[in-house]
Design a protein around this ligand. Structure first.
Ligand SMILES: NC(=O)C1=CN([C@@H]2O[C@H](COP(=O)(O)OP(=O)(O)OC[C@H]3O[C@@H](n4cnc5c(N)ncnc54)[C@H](OP(=O)(O)O)[C@@H]3O)[C@@H](O)[C@H]2O)C=CC1
Ligand SMILES: CC(C)(CO)C(=O)C(=O)O
Length: 304
């Protein structure tokens, strides 16, 4: 399989490395010239179970000229559309697209670039950090779930999941993928703003009664929004995920914390705003999530 990773930052490099290890041809595509140059000069440095240097080709979007079998989209959600418009040469009639990005609405962002039966979506519980140009660190276990977004044949999704697993990243098909995505989005809508606003990692949230109370309330609001939107999920598995994060990813900087610390725009609209919007569209209030969303928007306003 020929795989183009679109947006090869923290997560893109982690997954690109898995496809490479599984013997597939990988192009790490990114707009960050220094990062692309470092990977091409020295290989991708990945610190996961020890430090590896992997000889994977990196390219700027304008230098991608050949069609691929799979485009794995790992830009931030607000860059998805522009990024796909920048690699039209890679997309042919046999190309599949896959998003494991956080937040709601990734299926709609991919739709239109290939036929609906070639759009796959999912969620990843793996943590990853971009340490510097060409250097990625991922400490902590996790898994991925994926499935065709609009009811296509899961055969290609199964090949993709097998390739990820063969490359060291556990992955499974999940026919209830939209419920899984909602569950992950509620998890992120709860944990990521709390990390970003306190400038602390999940271990800190687990050690304080105030953060634990907010987590319970935010998860309950998210689950109510999901159910009102016709997605049947329960709070307990999401609360269990927050416990795993506070214990096993205690020191991981949630992606939103990484963004705030780096003075970058966050994905708060796709992650928290989208859930608040869904709640309000069904006449429900989501005061904790709405407050977290507004506070992160204020952090973003400071960047102006
Ligand atoms: N990091 C984590 O632990 C996890 C992240 N996620 C999700 O995965 C997604 C990716 O996150 P993450 O890897 O942390 O993000 P990063 O910011 O590390 O990587 C995104 C990369 O995409 C690049 N990019 C921006 N625009 C384009 C473009 N037009 N074409 C090609 N590349 C482009 C960015 O460059 P530049 O920086 O110059 O804009 C950056 O290098 C997000 O949706 C996130 O929520 C999910 C689970 C865990
Ligand atoms: C790594 C993980 C699963 C939890 O923090 C995540 O989704 C993120 O950082 O955005």
């Amino acid at each position: 399989m020929k795989v183009l990773v679109l947006g090869s930052g923290a997560m893109g490099c982690l997954y690109g490395a898995a496809f490479h290890r599984a013997g597939h041809e990988v192009i790490l595509c990114d707009v960050n010239q220094a990062h692309v140059d470092a990977i091409n000069a020295n290989g991708l440095e990945l610190d996961r179970n020890g430090v590896e240097h992997l000889p994977i080709r990196a390219a700027l979007p304008q230098d991608v000229t050949e069609p691929v079998d799979l485009v794995l989209v790992f830009t931030k959600t607000f860059h998805t559309q522009g990024a796909l418009e920048g690699i039209t040469a890679a997309i042919s009639t046999h190309t599949h697209l896959l998003s494991l990005q956080n937040g709601l609405g990734n299926d709609r962002r991919l739709a239109g670039f290939v036929s609906d039966d070639r759009v796959m979506v999912g969620a990843s519980m793996l943590p990853s950090d971009l340490v510097g140009p060409g250097r990625v660190r991922s400490h902590g276990e996790g898994y991925s779930r994926l499935y065709p977004a609009f009811g296509g044949d899961p055969a290609f999704a199964a090949e993709v999941a097998e390739a990820m697993a063969a490359g060291g990243l556990p992955a499974q098909l999940d026919p209830e993928i939209h419920a899984a995505i909602w569950g992950k989005a509620i998890f992120n809508a709860t944990m990521n703003p709390l990390c970003a606003l306190t400038l602390r990692t999940p271990g800190f949230l687990g050690a304080n009664a105030e953060s634990r109370a907010l987590i319970g309330e935010a998860v309950a609001e998210g689950v109510a929004a999901a159910r009102a939107s016709g997605v049947t999920i329960d709070a307990q598995p999401i609360l269990d995920l927050t416990e795993v994060s506070m214990k096993d990813h205690a020191d991981h900087e949630a992606s939103m914390l990484q963004d705030v610390k780096a003075g970058r725009r966050t994905e708060v609209d796709a992650i928290v705003g989208a859930i608040v919007e869904a709640a309000e569209a069904h006449g429900l209030a989501a005061p904790v999530l709405k407050t977290l969303w507004r506070l992160v928007k204020l952090e973003e306003a400071k960047l102006d």
